[in-house]
Structures are given as structure tokens and as C-alpha cells.
Design a protein around this ligand. Sequence first.
Ligand code: OVM
Length: 408
Amino acid sequence: MPASSTIDSLATAPSIDIDPFSTEFLDNPYPSYALLREAGPVVWIPKYGIFATARHEQVHEVLSDHVNYISSAGVGLANFNMETPFRPKSLILEADPPDHTRARTILARILSPKTVMHVRESFAKEADDLLERLAHAAARGEVIDGIKQLAEVYPLKVFPDAVGLETEGRENLLLYGDMIFNAFGPRNELLAKAAEKVQPVTSWIMAHCQRSMLRPGGFGDQIYQAADAGEISQEEAPMLVRSFLSAGVDTTVNGLGNALLCLSQNPQSYAQLHQDPTLARAAFEESLRLESAVQTFFRTTEKSVELAGVTIPKNNKVLAFLGAANRDERQWPEPERFNINRRATGHMAFGTGIHGCVGQVIARLEGELILSGIARRFKRIEIANPPSRRLNNTLRALASLPLRLTAA
Ligand code: OVM
């Protein structure tokens, strides 16, 4: 084939005049996701000068190809080849092999299914205690805030306990999460608001990454043990603890919060879960698909690459809409429907490839324990008052979810 016909066959990405980080978009991104998927497999967003994909096939392709689509230039809008990162780069999230591999190996070992078997009992007891308290409050006729009293409380207890963090000051983890997930987006009003508190929150976080602040034997201390063994340097250890504190709380808070929303909006599904609480894992998985806590991540092209026939030049940002891929009608029948009987695995809520969520075993454990605990205790879970959103550049998050819980 002559070279010119190869070029002729290349598509150009349609230009879409949309701001995926505007208030209107973030408040309800799903109609815009449909528009983006329909426009083509790859689109151009002139507002930010980026390529983007909202279809499952291409999101999967981008995330699976860490050679062409790198993470070391940042996984947010900012291109670290052109501008200084707002904080020292994560040794795992914002790294490529072989650096990434060293960090990943350690975190994957600490968060392995075997470790998780060990924490299961204590995570189960905490879920039980919390739900027991909420059941008492509900029995007194109180409306329960599914976010403030449940989705924020549980991950803020069990995960920092496992890491080995003191109890005092843990609210900083939520503020920090809000900040870093906003920081993957543009420097808009949301980031400015979150960044107001950046200084005290960051110093609290960094202080608590030190070994002296971490209970011996916990996940945090285990990172220092890997440093003792020479797998990483002593200077790298606190940076990996920082990854636990960055990625381990706000993600699961919203994973749980979104699952509670899905179940309270779908009484028939909830009735089924109540009948058979072993469906908790399937219900959690389906809510991850339908309402993914992390909605977007970026990559940067390492060289000129072709994606669905579109040439993306070197050093360009590519936005992967995880939350849109998870509703792609090319991938899922009735994608907008919450259906706990479907096979939701293959969703992109945890990403995929070498950067796929290293904590997903813990996240699923938290989801299973909370949803099965609710299913056993309550006959009904209903929305008592309209929920309110907490807009974030990356997270699909609720500020409140007033619930009426009816005892079984
Ligand atoms: C990290 C990090 C921060 C935010 C998210 C994340 C979803 C990782 O610091 O390594 O993964």
C-alpha cells in the first residue's frame, strides 16, 4: 500500500466543545458521556487541548498499553514534562516500569489476598458494630446520613487502623483525598477551594508517613520493613505510605456511598439482596460499574500512537473516561440499568493493566461487608430526603444521602 493511502485512511478526532470539569458536567456527567461515546472512539477537547475516549474498547486499550501511554508525566491534566507537579510524584501512580515495578511489588504484597484474609475478621467486626449503632438510631426513627454516618465512617476506621495510623486527626485523610483527586483536573474553582487547606493537611499527612507514627506490623510499617530489606530506600518508604493515605480512603468512601445510592434507588434489587445477602459482592461490583468512584484518569503519549485510526502525536494528554466506558452500550446490555444479576466484571472502575487498583481486594472486602451487613439487618433502605453532591474533578461523590432504614 502506498504511504499516502495509509495517511488517507486515518481518521481525525471530532472536536467536542465541552468542559468535563465544569459544574454542570460533573453534576450529571452521563448525558455528556453518551454524547462523547457517540461522537467517535476518540475525540478532541479543544478547551484543554487533549484527546479523550469514552468508549470501553479504547479506554481498555489505553490503560492496557503502558508503553505508549505513560503515567510518569502525570495521570491528571497537568503534563509533568511541561510543568512541575503540585506535589512530589507518587512512586507508583505517577511512574513507569521499571521504577513502578519496584513500588508495585511491595504494595501488591502488602495488599495481597492473603493479607486481606488476616484483616477480614477485624473489618467484619467494625462493620457489624457500626451497623448495629445505626440500626439503633434507625429504630428510634432517626434518618441516617448514608455518607456522613456510614460511607465516611467505615473506611476512615478500618483502613487507617490496618495501616497503623493513630485515631486523632483522621478527618485530614478526607480533606487530602478531596484535594489530590481535584488536582488531577484543571486549576478551576473546585481545586482552588480544596487547595485552601493544603498546607496544614499536607503537613499532617507527611508527618504521619513517618515510621515513628505507624504501629509496628501495620501496612505502613511493612513498607519500612521492605526498606530495611533493601527493596526501596529509606527515603522512598514514607512516599509509599503517602500512596496508602492518598488512595485508600476517599475512593472507598465514595465506592460505598455510591453503592448505597444505587441500592436505595433500586428497591427491587435491594429486595433481592435482602433475600440473599451473598449477592453483596455482585451488588458492589455493579455499583462500581454504574457509579464509579473514580471517573477519569489521564495518560500521556510516549510517542506518536494510533488509537482507533486516529493519530495522537507524542507528548499529548489522553483522557480516559472510566465512568463512560462503564456505561458503553457496545459493552453492556442496558448499560444505564442497575442490575446486580449481570456480570459487571470487566468494568474500568479500578482501571486495568499494570496500574490497575492495587487495593481492590480491600475495597471489595469493605463493600461486601457493609452491603451484606445492611442486607441482613434491614428490610428496606429508602431515600428520606434528596441527596446532595460533593463535586470533585475526578471523584463521583456525595455530600449527603439521607436514608430511612427499616429493620428486618
Ligand atoms: C498515590 C495515589 C494517589 C491517588 C490515587 C491513586 C487511585 C494513587 O499517591 O499513589 O490511585
